[in-house]
Ligand binder design. Structure first.
Ligand SMILES: [Zn+2]
Length: 93
């Protein structure tokens, strides 16, 4: 009985060695606004801005949007303007 338990523990440890999340390959995202020259960020366009907020209405971070620093600032400003004129929600439960 005790031997069987020890064997199971050993097998699980071996499985953990194969899967290491530290070495996960991540594709580098390209800024949407830099790559598409015709893309115009508009604070009156709610459908466009919805891509940059999550289901709670929060503005997505750069690691999620993939935008460059300059365009992330533009996105943030546009979302905040849209919230002020009640196009986008401040919160959502
Ligand atoms: Zn950009």
């Amino acid at each position: 009985m005790a031997d069987k338990k020890a064997n199971n523990k050993k097998r699980n440890n071996n499985m953990d060695d194969d899967f290491n999340p530290k070495f996960r390959k991540v594709r580098k995202k390209v800024c949407v606004l830099c790559s598409d020259k015709n893309f115009e960020l508009d604070y009156k366009n709610a459908d466009q801005l919805k891509k940059f907020i999550n289901d709670k209405g929060k503005i997505l971070p750069r690691r999620a949007t993939g935008a460059c620093a300059k365009h992330q600032r533009a996105i943030t400003l546009a979302v905040k303007r849209a919230r002020h004129i009640a196009i986008l929600p401040y919160t959502q439960d």
